[in-house]
Design a protein around this ligand. Sequence first.
Ligand SMILES: Cc1cc2nc3c(=O)[nH]c(=O)nc-3n(C[C@H](O)[C@H](O)[C@H](O)COP(=O)(O)OP(=O)(O)OC[C@H]3O[C@@H](n4cnc5c(N)ncnc54)[C@H](O)[C@@H]3O)c2cc1C
Length: 594
Amino acid sequence: MFYSKRDLQFHLNEVLQVESLCQYPYFQDHSTETFQLVLESAEQIATQKLLPLLTVMDRQEPQLVNGKIMVHEGMKEIVKLFGTNGWINAPFNYDEDGQQLPLTLHNAAGFIFQAANYSASVFPFLSTGAANLIRNFASKELNDTFCPKLYSGEWQGTMALTEPDAGSSLSDLSTSAEPTAQEGIYAIKGQKIYISCGDHDACQNVVHLMLARIKGAPEGVKGISLFIVPQKRLSGGGLVSNDVETAGVYHKMGYKGAPIAHLMVGSNNNTEGYLVGEPNKGLTYMFQMMNEARVGVGMNATAIGTAAFYASLAYAKERPQGRRISEKDPTKPQQKIIVHADVKRLLLFQKAVVEGSLDLLLFCSKLADLMHVTDGEEKENAAMLLDFLTPLAKSYPSEMCCQTTSAAVQILGGAGYTTDFPVEQFYREARIHPIHEGTTAIHGLDLLGRKFTINKGQAGVLFFLEVGKTIQKTQNTPSLKPLGEQLANELRTLQKVTTQLLGTAKEDVEKGFADATLFLEAVGHIAIAWRWLEQAHVAEQNVPEAHEADKHFYQGKVHTAKYFFEYELPKVKALFARLSSEADITVAMQEAWF
Ligand SMILES: Cc1cc2nc3c(=O)[nH]c(=O)nc-3n(C[C@H](O)[C@H](O)[C@H](O)COP(=O)(O)OP(=O)(O)OC[C@H]3O[C@@H](n4cnc5c(N)ncnc54)[C@H](O)[C@@H]3O)c2cc1C
């Protein structure tokens, strides 16, 4: 078992009531039944195609052979399957050959793929993102040229931002774009590093959505434009080289099945790039893709954490070792390690993090759907709340699933450290998520410096209102009332701490933002506590009518919510204490003192 179908259904149907999306004309052809079919089909592909390659793709990494990255042979069939089965463009319009599938369902299906084999799942995920940028911002001609090939899986999409001197600081990127005699076509020159699926032999062509600076453009982020830069360009009805060379493939600690490329662009002054939208608006456009990708990254982390949780749960139920601490008789048979309180703590920790994260991520996905199909204030609020939650939805699962996969390794003891079991692979694979799509530090700065301040702090107000609604709902449930009160208290402290930090930042920007990462960690815990309270509320309501197996499921939900409020949420107290202190320890530290 690499994920729980029952749990996924709970989030989608009982907590978020996704069928309510079918009331909107865009989704009217869908129903609970079509959603069910989508998830069943995802599970089938995951089980039959992705899962069998999980270990072998980790052991046989992509290799650069004569300038081409060769990936695992099995990826050819998988890439094709994602295309022909319509997964890549499933959320897009019917007239684009899409299925107008809610993003919530697309992401839920993605979660199943990622839990089965994270490396294999990123190939189609990147193409969806690249195509989405083209269909939203590029001309019809570019759309017609590139999107159908991306949808079919024949061509691979990428997101090409990072350069040797521009990682977190994209304002410093230097890849150049010079206008040519043909309008909209630019000569691109530079290099891009760490490009996921930037080159591989399981497709015919790679389409890079690349950031570059048009000659003479303003310095900084205001001078960045977005281009489609194909690896091979169309010429005379065929494909010819577009002077995008693969200089290397990265060998990584995890996520090894996916090819990560180092690209040299325009070394022979023969790379064509096609301008997307208007000049100098590249980063704004890219942020659209990055916000989706960031919710996606949170989902990836959660999926890997989920697979590790179920692997360690299965082991804990089977591994006999020692006896309960209350059992003093050594002649009694050994008991399964799941009886030990500390093993249960390690399991509860994983369950609390991954199921709390999944709920937040699906909540965000539903906001993206509502943003798409509603108007006026409802649309604006959905967009604002999603924007606010994005750094949390990306960073909390990313950071925490490094810890939960470590807990999974711990449960297996020595076996967890060996390659005989999959948990060591999950542990390695989880580590990428706090790094790519913006490091945790960058998201901390974004949350405190932008999300809490734009539109006079309206997004923060919306967040507080949403959490307040959940607290309100639980006030008549005796078992949940104290949890609601605890969360309300932490919200009040958060309000105070935010005002204090933003005040400090006005006087001394470095000091005010020095611990933005810790601030992000605290707000992340509060957001997940909110989603656990919501889950516990639904579960409590359903316990009396539930049959035996479901009763256990709901009781497990309520108990895990209690775990979160007893073990995880109190961590914010220490964070708030630090954040409220005037001591400027990190800013004051001198390089020479290390
Ligand atoms: C496996 C993998 C896949 C990737 N896929 C892609 C891809 O498909 N496309 C793409 O464009 N890129 C991709 N990347 C690149 C990734 O997005 C960058 O590695 C990431 O943005 C960090 O940039 P960097 O590596 O240059 O680190 P740096 O920016 O040098 O950061 C190093 C450290 O300094 C910290 N730091 C930097 N600036 C600040 C600051 N202002 N305040 C506080 N701390 C700061 C960072 O948080 C980090 O801890 C990938 C990377 C990897 C490893």
